[in-house]
Design a protein around this ligand. Structure first.
Ligand code: NAX
Ligand code: ADP
Ligand code: K
Length: 489
């Protein structure tokens, strides 16, 4: 699990340590310098340009950069500082100069700043961190835009100090120099874990520096370790009804496969029973352990492989009236009258195009800020929204936004969403059963995130991995993937 916190919360958590003269900046700089030395060594060994340019802005983020330059110089390297401010961190600048670091100012370079920066194979981006207020503006904004272009021209290694300058709280911010790695202090910042900004952060390495954070996280990223820890396990005294019963009404004459895939996925993801309550013709094509008789269920799935319509709306209404968690997928998302406040807890699973339709907006606008739209839909429909895309974000009306490490792009295959829908319903049924037994369970959005993480992890268990996968293999792979995680592998 990784949790990201808003800049204000990190600043508040740092304050007592700074008041006690804990040298946070020196520790941050040392971590960056140590990593930079190893990158420089590797690049030199590979015959690549290993000259180091430290981009320095006016706040403490620039201070980190200056102290890193100092540390690098003390350890025998020859970094150059590009000072992009008239108000540099005074102590840091004195230390860097004292260690013999060459300092060039933005003003001296004028129009030549881009060609100058292009001479260097390694950039440390210490222009701005969590002190950023709003989107990058003015000269700093122009500099970042110019350097972002240079960065694309030739392969070079960019290390972002705390954040790629320009990114902090807002995941929709896009003006930044794309980093290969981001060394972030205290805790990740929201933009480092959420799309689309996270694509500019590269690998995010966290140096906690002993900063104690007890605010509510803005973002929680759940991974396979959390599945091992939190996914319900069968206990000695369990029977099939205490392990969770899933009800599925999915598939149609046009798309029968979706009902089959969702059901196979639900079977593989660990519940005590799966009831298929949809089209009889589909039921005849399901594995023998699927129960087709009606009866009690603890979570439902409706809509995969359908185009909506009165029957789908009626199925959704029926599931809701049972007052259980219900996964609302594909065609069922069009049943507007059945969404919104009422009995049962809804988990909507739109891809970004469906999310745009749900909110009567353009797909491009949703792609530019999926988190905001997921939250808006969660609020409008009083639901958990699983906004599916290259990165999937999960939002309830309040509380942290959940996400998972990005999955393999091979997940973008027809039927993959049906598999996810089945896995989600299976997860919700199992957690609901645990809740009935008065056990503590994670919030619904976290339960959904665990299913999303399992879906992505199962790619590795498909027979064709690491190559392209088929959704039916993915459905079956959920079982071995989950089994290995529960066994602690
Ligand atoms: N609080 C601390 O002492 C610690 C802070 N650390 C570093 O300090 C950073 C925070 O430092 P600061 O609060 O001084 O701020 P930053 O250094 O992040 O940013 C301030 C600079 O950005 C400029 N700026 C702000 N908003 C802008 C905008 N919208 N457009 C253009 N320019 C803008 C300001 O004029 C200023 O030059 C962290 O990100 C981290 O790197 C670390 O050294 C660890 C300890
Ligand atoms: N580029 C990508 N990288 C990783 N995962 C992706 C990518 N594109 C799509 N996915 C995932 O694949 C699944 C596709 O679901 P969906 O769009 O509903 O497809 P379908 O309806 O064909 O099953 C979602 O879980 C989504 O997050
Ligand atoms: K930075």
């Amino acid at each position: 699990m990784r949790a990201a916190f808003r800049a204000d919360d990190i600043r508040a958590a740092e304050a007592p340590l700074l008041a006690a003269d804990v040298p946070l900046m020196r520790q941050a700089a040392r971590a960056v310098a140590t990593r930079t030395i190893s990158i420089a060594r590797d690049r030199r060994a590979a015959g690549l340009n290993a000259d180091i340019l430290v981009l320095v802005g006016g706040g403490n983020n620039g201070g980190d950069g200056l102290w890193a330059a100092h540390d690098l110089a003390q350890r025998g390297l020859a970094p150059v500082v590009l000072l992009a401010t008239d108000h540099p961190h005074a102590e840091g600048l004195a230390a860097a100069r004292g260690a013999g670091v060459q300092v060039v100012t933005r003003a001296e370079l004028g129009e030549d700043v881009a060609p100058f920066a292009s001479w260097f194979g390694i950039w440390l981006d210490a222009l701005a961190g969590i002190g950023l207020s709003g989107p990058l503006r003015g000269e700093l904004g122009e500099l970042v835009a110019a350097l972002a272009e240079v960065r694309q021209e030739a392969p070079r290694h960019v290390i972002a100090v705390d954040t790629p300058s320009g990114l902090a709280d807002d995941p929709a911010a896009t003006r930044a120099i794309r980093a290969d790695e981001t060394h972030t202090f205290g805790a990740p910042k929201p933009a480092l874990l959420l799309p689309p900004a996270c694509r500019a952060a590269g690998v995010v390495l966290v140096h906690d520096l002993g900063i104690p954070l007890d605010a509510e996280p803005a973002v929680v990223e759940l991974d396979t370790g959390d599945i091992s820890e939190l996914w319900p396990r069968a206990g000695h005294l369990d029977h099939k009804y205490t392990r969770g019963v899933v009800g599925i009404d999915a598939g149609s004459a046009t798309y029968p496969g979706a009902g089959i895939l969702a059901t196979r996925a639900a079977l593989a993801a660990g519940p005590g029973m799966v009831r298929f309550l949809g089209d009889r013709a589909i039921a005849d094509r399901l594995p023998p352990e699927v129960v087709t008789a009606p009866g009690r269920i603890q979570a439902g799935l409706v809509g995969s492989g359908t185009e909506g319509g009165p029957d789908v709306a009626a199925a959704l209404r029926d599931f809701r009236e049972r007052d259980i968690p219900v996964v609302v997928d594909a065609g069922a998302l069009a049943s507007r009258d059945e969404l919104g406040a009422g009995p049962g807890q809804l988990v909507l699973t739109p891809h970004l195009g469906e999310l745009a339709t749900l909110l009567d907006d353009e797909r491009a606008a949703v792609e530019a800020d999926p988190v905001r739209y997921a939250r808006a839909a969660a609020t409008e429909f009083a639901a958990v929204v699983v906004a599916k895309g290259p990165e999937t974000v999960i939002a309830a009306p309040t509380g942290p936004v959940y996400t998972t490490p990005p999955g393999s792009p091979w997940l973008a295959t027809a039927g993959s969403g049906d598999v996810l829908a089945g896995a989600l319903a299976a997860a919700l049924a199992q957690f609901a059963a645990r809740q009935e037994a008065s056990e503590a369970t994670p919030p619904l959005a976290a339960q959904a995130a665990l299913a999303v993480a399992l879906h992505a992890h199962a790619v590795d268990y498909c027979p064709s991995a690491p190559g392209p996968i088929r959704a039916s293999d993915l459905a079956d792979a959920l079982g071995p993937a989950l089994g290995a995680l529960l066994a602690g592998q």
